[in-house]
Design a protein. Structure first.
Lengths: 160, 160, 160, 160, 160, 160
């Protein structure tokens, strides 16, 4: 029986769409670890420490949700922390094919680990970290699309 | 915490693709109810009794899996049996949009019930009950695509 | 300059998703004709008269919106009423390919007539007349998904 | 080396989009057999004899193209006539998923038979036999979308 | 009533596919402003001045079409110039999901502004500024895919 | 009659998915040239010489398959070597739209050259050169996804 799941991602920064998925997963699994991926080839806007911290603040009311970071293969990380499932969100638009490719590769790499998909609320169907950063950069009104602490951080960090 | 899930469908008949999803769900939930939907507007090849029986035989080794039938709204049935989640499979091709539409409607009808998607193994990516029935009708070699008991039933029932 | 548009469809029955599109079109065109299509090969739940009447009630507050019915080619009807554009809604899921095929055929049949697409609000992304009828049939709570008059009609007409 | 291919379909009736694919395939294979499928569950507008005859007339200038009919599994028919490939057309819109499902099932049923896809010219991207029949029924101007002989037949057969 | 629309984009450079959309929009709206977006994070082949100039030459025969440039949020620019709609083109392939995401975000940022989609002619279904630049770079024959003035500019600018 | 085909790509590095397509094409055409594309704007992991060499080793048992490299337009290269067709693979996920766009552009640039699509085996549906490189970088077990010689090269080249 799989009771511990990992929700991997860049979370640069976490959005309300991500939190929507976290809450759904936390209703199914005893323990959900949000695992921020360290990608050596990308140049994030927020540091690993900032991303982890923003997630911790945004999820502090969820008792069975933890925040961590990792580098390397997702399947190896999930195995290491004793998890059995990878959680992913699907938005009405644009996610399906990339997610399916990733889930298939992960199943190839470790067939014991299951990928479980939750559907994002349609009101977040268009939301992504990059869309948020672009809107924040140009001073768009995004305060209902990200947690409060992220909103403040974005205002400081992402300005023209 | 959601520990009981319902996997609704027509299962006319159950395929190895369906069973693949059942096994994945049974690793996540304490109890999975496969619920055969009675659709007043469709004319199935197998009767409700046959479909339920084929599923029972095909899943008898899975301890936390039960088979039932229902009519009416899926969300009401899930609520009635005390379930908290609807299980659905996604194939690499062709399922995503219809599944998303159904999951959104179900969320609208009962927001307490979560839809959880599992990805079918790529080797079953092309499999559907109707493709199976068509191949069986023309005497195609499908014995690795359905459980043994279904294979025999198909040979009896679906002949030109 | 194209100032009159036709929004063709079956409207069996009209949903709030359809009305969302009508309102958007009515902000762009001087006159929008909602044209209920008589399809000799389909068996609708509501009669042509009922569908037209439900639309008239639902759109009576929109001054530049009219309701009509037609049979035959959409392009010929649009030409006959002196329109220059066909209005269509696109939902986040499942519409794009069928709509594109229809619009291409219409452009082939009459290149003077433009098809203009509006995007349905994401909250109606899953909505269709058939999903509504199915939910109504099984007594699902759909009163926020259709206009009030349609809700009453559905309760009378579509019962198990 | 595969030198003989089968192009299966309903061809009810053949369109210029189908002929576009036939010509492409006839440049690759020594012999292309257009094989009209007899589907016991469908009610075509044209009889099998009419569909075969229309195809013969429309392809008479293509020396290495033959017309035949069959019932049963496509893979068995291809095997019987000594073919090694199934030819299919892909349109820019709407074909991909159904075609992929069918090709995968055919590969499962007979792994010796290859499915080869050609891309329809974009000017036929919206064309299908059903769209043609609908337009013909309502007297749309479709003479450039089907071969001449089909155009005449359609005018006789499909009238309101 | 919305009578002024903005068609935003990079136009690096404008193609005949873009012009096709401009002409369609100019038949619906009293005034269409083609607005070249200044993206601080991208490195275009043509300067802002060149892109604006190429657009002006290519659209000089269209009386109600104007060319401008902007930076920042599209919705703020549309609001500033007194426009009510954003015009976007949809190609048969590959555009739909990204366009839907952008339109949803824009609707979130300013719900008064409508996005209106036109369908590109199928003969331009494969056309994009980047495909044009790649073909031009390798001396492909693209003179029917871009306006004459752009063709000359491309020959000067994009050579190996 | 087209008897010689070109399979163009980056092959950085070749995967078993690519080889699957090569074998299919080699059953249809008398001669298949795998042509490694030199892209001046990309920074490959393997040099052109390494990519060609890995392909030669991986295909040495296929008598009618040759390996070459080229720069410039694919259609010009195909023409130069006397080929008549471009071979491309389609995976169940994510390829279709980009491939269709490229094939349309190639048809525009040289209408004598046909693009022929083969369907990748579903077991390689998730496979791509970049997914392989990422997994190799993090020491994932990928030896069944690439030819032996490529596996060794990857282990040397791609290490954290």
């Amino acid at each position: 029986m799989i009771r511990k799941a990992v929700y991997p991602g860049s979370f640069d920064p976490v959005t309300n769409g991500h939190l929507d998925i976290v809450k759904r997963a936390a209703n199914i699994f005893d323990e959900v670890i949000i695992a921020v991926f360290f990608n050596p080839n990308k140049d994030p806007v927020f540091t690993m420490e900032e991303r982890v911290e923003m997630l911790k603040v945004a999820t502090e009311s969820l008792e069975n949700v933890y925040v961590d970071s990792f580098s390397g293969l997702t399947t190896k990380y999930v195995h290491k922390v004793g998890g059995g499932a990878i959680v992913r969100g699907l938005r009405a638009v644009s996610d399906f094919e990339g997610e399916f490719q990733m889930a298939s590769m992960n199943k190839y790499l470790d067939s014991d680990i299951e990928t479980v998909f939750f559907m994002t609320d349609t009101k977040y169907a268009f939301l992504s970290s990059s869309v948020i950063k672009e809107a924040a950069y140009f001073d768009g009104d995004i305060n209902e699309l990200v947690p409060d602490n992220v909103y403040k951080k974005l205002k400081e960090k992402v300005t023209p």
